[in-house]
Ligand binder design. Structure first.
Ligand SMILES: *Cc1c(COP(=O)(O)O)cnc(C)c1O
Length: 421
């Protein structure tokens, strides 16, 4: 065993009182340990984060903000929340932070209502190009309450076309320009986005849900110091509990806070906020900087080897933690690829590729990312092996014997890199 497991779930009481749920939680932990998680929005949290999540602030009502609560008995809760805020501000060099958003989508909703009135116009990348549902999709609040104008990727390079975005912004004069994505494998030029927003008098907003861990570790440009508003989840590359945060310049502080509470949410989940504080401390360490660097190195190694094996990567590669593979080249659909890989205990998700000719329910691509396998301690050598295994499945999706062989190689890798005992 190369990497001894250091992390544990404590479920002693549950084992006694609720053996049925206990068994389910053990099975889910085993599933996570006996498979390779390549969904780029997922990660594995430390035992310290798990312990904070399972702690007593879950018992407390603390509507409002530190020193302005609607209930008594919040002195210590105030200290917990202020600790999380101070750590987050320091981590990203932010003027103001709100750590109460329950998840990324409500964080975006709060940010939109802080910056816009209903029917105001904003610009963002379309969902099928790598944007998020909350960036103006018709089925989402963002597309129903506000007026989205979507920019697209360049059809040749499959990358952001900043000149086209600038032209569109000049014509449309949006109130907000959103950058930051869910399935974009390249570096984002936040400085250019800020210039474009300033130029047309729009607010600059970045949604760094996916890349936050890379931004605070210095392996991706960090927009927080100069953008008006930045939203992020805390559970993706940042490797904290499921949740979110909003950072902004001081002049937007009051609007952001009021949009989170009382406009959108009620009582904050202070046990989750405690776990966020733990994750922010972890993310400020040298070890985390090494981790974030390795996430990117691993993504590049995986992408290079997949390409060498005859796969087509959207935009020709990756600069960050994720990549999109156009599996139609191998005669497959995204759904078929996802299902076949799942049988081999390799987890990824089907995903549209830019200008996809197929439907979003069975698109042309899959999305792969390295945050979780890097947390388990894997490096470039394992990525090369993983690319080989993925390629075996993509070339033989209907062969039970190939899937079985790949699965036993996956299990062997998993046993070498245990994270939760
Ligand atoms: C994941 C994600 C979100 C939403 O986060 P949830 O916690 O799932 O609500 C928002 N924006 C982007 C860009 C994301 O990748």
């Amino acid at each position: 065993m190369r990497k001894p497991a250091k992390h544990k779930m404590h479920l002693e009481a549950l084992k006694e009182t609720d053996p049925k749920l206990y068994a389910l939680l053990i099975r889910e932990k085993e599933r996570q340990m006996n498979g390779l998680e390549l969904i780029p929005s997922e990660n594995l949290v430390s035992q310290a984060v798990l312990e904070a999540l399972a702690s007593v602030p879950t018992n407390k009502y603390s509507e409002g903000y530190a020193k302005k609560r609607y209930y008594g008995g919040n002195e210590i809760i105030d200290e917990i929340e202020l600790l999380a805020i101070e750590r987050l501000k320091k981590l990203f060099n932010a003027e103001h932070a709100n750590v109460q958003p329950l998840s990324g989508s409500p964080a975006n909703m709060a940010a939109f209502f802080a910056l816009m009135e209903p029917n105001d116009k904003f610009m963002a990348l379309r969902l099928d190009m790598g944007g998020h549902l909350t960036h103006g999709h018709a089925v989402n609040f963002s597309g129903k309450i506000f007026r989205p104008v979507h920019y697209l990727l360049d059809p040749e390079t499959e990358m952001l076309d900043y000149d086209a975005i600038e032209k569109l912004a000049k014509r449309e004069k949006p109130k907000v320009i959103v950058s930051g994505y869910t399935a974009y494998p390249r570096e984002i030029d936040f400085k250019r986005f800020k210039e474009i927003a300033d130029d047309v008098g729009a607010y600059s907003m970045a949604d760094i849900a996916h890349i936050a861990g890379l931004c605070c570790a210095g392996v991706h440009e960090n927009p927080v110091p100069y953008f008006d508003v930045v939203t992020t989840t805390t559970h993706k590359t940042l490797r904290g509990p499921r949740g979110a945060a909003i950072m902004c310049r001081q002049e937007f502080a009051e609007r952001i806070d009021r949009a989170v509470f009382p406009f959108l949410q009620g009582g904050p989940h202070e046990n989750v906020i405690a776990a966020k504080a733990v994750a922010f401390k972890e993310a400020s360490t040298k070890a985390f900087k090494r981790y974030a660097k390795q996430v990117v190195k691993n993504a590049r190694a995986l992408a290079d080897e997949l390409e060498a094996l005859g796969n087509r990567l959207v935009s020709g590669g990756t600069d960050n933690h994720l990549m999109l593979v156009d599996v139609t080249v191998k005669g497959l659909t995204g759904k078929q690829a996802e299902k076949a890989l799942e049988k081999a205990h390799i987890y990824c998700n089907k995903n549209t590729i830019p200008f996809d000719k197929r439907s979003p329910f069975d698109p042309s691509g899959i999305r792969l990312g390295t945050p979780a396998v890097t947390t388990r301690g894997m490096k470039e050598g394992e990525m090369k092996e993983l690319a080989y295994l993925i390629n075996c499945v993509l070339e033989n999706p209907h062969s039970d014997s190939v899937i079985k062989k790949v699965r036993s190689s996956v299990l062997e890798l998993c046993r070498e890199f245990v994270f939760y005992e």
